[in-house]
Write a protein that binds this ligand. Structure first.
Ligand SMILES: [Zn+2]
Length: 299
């Protein structure tokens, strides 16, 4: 299975932020609407004036009443402002700010540089992520912020730094105990459902964790995710239109992460009987929850 996913990712050159996809069944009120959703959602400049709500699943949904994370706060800066992806549900904006306050307590960290959250009304994007559609996902840069007065131009040009070695089997010398502390704090937050990071980082944390290990359950090894980690929140309490992903399997997941590392270091031979990966169809409006039409059309 891992091999198939790898083949798909390679075939489509999708490096950034591909994450475990929940299977979402949508009872669509907009059957027959063949408009390609990413063109519509990718063109929305601002949030909808509706009560805040997520509709659908992380990779097949949208968001109403999104908040825009302030471009600069006391302990954070939003990066790549031109992408206009610093929009999310209020719970996500709160979470990011809370985590940034914790990060600012770490030596060498003034706070956090925040990467992509969601588009103003969520939904599929013209470039990049498959998830991040419901305002409940956020990418956090691995680069420790030394200052929080970056200009807009600097936020376009500065890059994060990679934490990986040997294709993600190990962390490199940029990886610090502060990274681990920040990831641990994020994973310990009850608002968080899972966090995606490269396999070597998960194993590093498995090896250094002391005391309570339950938080490791939410740290999920995945492709990419060595310039940033990806935090996915649970649907807020009472959000009936929002679809959660099944929780990670019980346990700390460390043996699973070791298998990922083994597969990186000693890739299994390709399966000659594996079917060629099917091209992924574009999501149309009919593939999204019916409420997403309302989100698009709202003032
Ligand atoms: Zn992401």
């Amino acid at each position: 299975m891992v091999r198939i996913i790898a083949a798909v990712l390679v075939a489509f050159g999708l490096a950034a932020c591909q994450t475990e996809e929940p299977t979402v069944t949508v009872s669509s009120q907009n059957a027959g609407d063949t408009r390609v959703a990413k063109h519509l959602f990718g063109a929305m400049p601002s949030g909808s004036g509706q009560p805040s709500q997520s509709f659908g699943g992380y990779a097949r949904g949208c968001q109403a009443g999104a908040e825009q994370l302030a471009e600069t706060g006391p302990t954070w800066q939003a990066m790549r402002l031109s992408r206009n992806r610093n929009w999310a549900q209020p719970i996500t904006v709160d979470f990011v700010q809370d985590l940034s306050r914790f990060a600012a307590t770490q030596p060498g960290w003034e706070g956090l540089y925040i990467g992509d959250m969601s588009q103003p009304r969520g939904g599929p994007m013209l470039t990049g992520h498959r998830s991040h559609q419901t305002g409940l996902d956020a990418d956090i840069w691995m680069l420790p912020p030394e200052r929080l007065n970056l200009t807009a131009a600097e936020r376009e040009s500065i890059s994060s730094i990679s934490m990986r070695r040997n294709g993600g089997a190990y962390t490199n010398d940029k990886w610090t105990s502060q990274h681990e502390a920040i990831l641990r704090a994020a994973a310990s937050d009850p608002r968080v459902a899972r966090i995606f990071v490269f396999p070597g980082a998960k194993v590093a944390m498995c090896n250094s964790a002391t005391g309570d290990r339950s938080w490791l359950n939410k740290i999920r090894p995945w492709w990419g995710h060595h310039y940033h980690f990806h935090v996915r929140l649970n649907c807020p309490e009472g959000a009936t239109g929002c679809t959660n992903q099944a929780p990670p399997p019980a346990g700390d997941g460390c043996a699973d992460a070791e298998r990922w590392v083994d597969n990186i270091l000693n890739p299994p031979p390709p399966d000659p009987n594996a079917p060629p990966p099917a091209p992924r169809a574009e999501l149309t409006m009919a593939n999204l929850p019916g409420q997403c039409v309302g989100v698009l059309n709202a003032e």
